[in-house]
Design a protein around this ligand. Structure first.
Ligand SMILES: Cc1cc2nc3c(=O)[nH]c(=O)nc-3n(C[C@H](O)[C@H](O)[C@H](O)COP(=O)(O)O)c2cc1C
Length: 311
């Protein structure tokens, strides 16, 4: 059983330490461990070219046009049975590098897209996506911050797992934690998170979320998009729509059962989203052929060119 630790922090900093502590816990339970610091890698931002979706949906496999270390990192993640990520909290959310990895996962790692692409490749005799993408996997997150700013970090982290439908085991955040290396209680939590991920990786079917209970009973998120003229709310993570209810001084989120079929972390929800994207991309492809579209693009192209630094 392989557990991969990923730190998004500075060399030998708090996140390296927390990640390594979790790996120590996992190793105690017999895991083979590996450690990667993502800032050592060349990971480019997703440009939104949608080349990955085009290749998936035309039976040409799962690829990205960017040439950097991302594929190497992805291979490591796909080979692991469980992953522990420790990332600094930046501007209340996760570090930009983790957001970039989430974007690079985007449509390319979406489980729904990969199931459909596998069927397309089988039907056309094309190239199927890497089968490791459809393998069940467990993942845990730790966000480490130096102050009380951290209200988006757990939502950001769970978003990384949502695309491939990896099961989240722990999703912890540590505030006021610049000195975390000498804070034994927090170190002990990291150690336990490592043990939890190793246990979960051993038995995926029995593995369960071990983090704190959130407000969304489906995905444990605490982040919601609120309406200002009703109790209507949308869970920022799983996309379920329902109502914020206050009972006995406690906040809860209630939604009709049928909403589960739309949740962004379920296969039916992913297929609905996939159909939406396919329709929109199709409409765009048609409209791009029109003279009106070409004239409008030309108008903006001619209007001004981007200013670039002197190199
Ligand atoms: C650009 C930047 C933004 C930060 N924003 C936050 C923040 O919003 N909330 C917080 O708690 N800490 C914030 N911090 C503190 C970092 O989370 C902290 O320095 C980091 O966990 C150290 O990790 P490392 O030792 O692994 O590099 C920020 C630090 C930097 C450099």
């Amino acid at each position: 059983m392989k557990i991969l630790g990923i730190s998004a922090g500075t060399k030998n900093g708090s996140n390296d330490a927390m990640c390594k502590e979790a790996l120590m816990g996992a190793q105690e339970l017999g895991a083979e461990i590996e450690f990667i610091r993502v800032l050592d890698l060349d990971i480019k931002h997703c440009t939104g070219c949608v080349g990955c979706v085009m290749s998936l949906m035309s039976g040409r496999g799962n690829m990205c046009v960017l040439k950097d270390d991302f594929q190497w990192l992805l291979d490591k993640m796909l080979d692991a049975d469980g992953i522990v990520v420790s990332a600094p909290i930046f501007e209340k959310g996760t570090a930009g590098i983790i957001r970039t990895i989430t974007d690079r996962f985007g449509p390319r790692m979406d489980r729904g897209n990969n199931i459909i692409a596998t069927k397309i490749a089988e039907a056309t005799g094309g190239t199927a996506p890497d089968p490791r993408i459809l393998k069940d996997k467990v993942i845990s997150f730790m966000g480490v911050g130096g102050s009380d700013w951290g209200t988006r970090v757990q939502c950001d982290h769970a978003m990384l797992a949502l695309t491939p439908m990896w099961k989240v085991i722990d999703n912890e955040k540590f505030q006021w934690s610049k000195k975390i290396i000498v804070e034994d209680e927090k170190i002990a939590i990291a150690h336990q998170i490592g043990k939890n991920i190793a246990e979960a990786a051993k038995d995926f079917e029995q593995a369960e979320y071990k983090g704190e209970t959130g407000v969304c009973p489906h995905c444990h998120s605490r982040n919601f998009y609120l309406s200002n003229d009703s109790t209507h709310a949308i869970c920022c993570l799983c996309g379920i729509e329902g109502d914020i209810v206050i009972k006995d001084g406690k906040t809860s989120f209630e939604f009709p059962e049928e909403q589960l079929g739309h949740a962004h972390d379920t296969l039916p929800g992913k297929f609905i989203h996939g159909d939406d994207i396919k329709r929109n991309e199709g409409e765009l492809m048609e409209i791009k052929k029109t003279q009106d579209y070409k004239d409008r693009v030309d108008k903006y192209k001619q209007f001004i060119q981007p200013t670039m630094p002197q190199r």
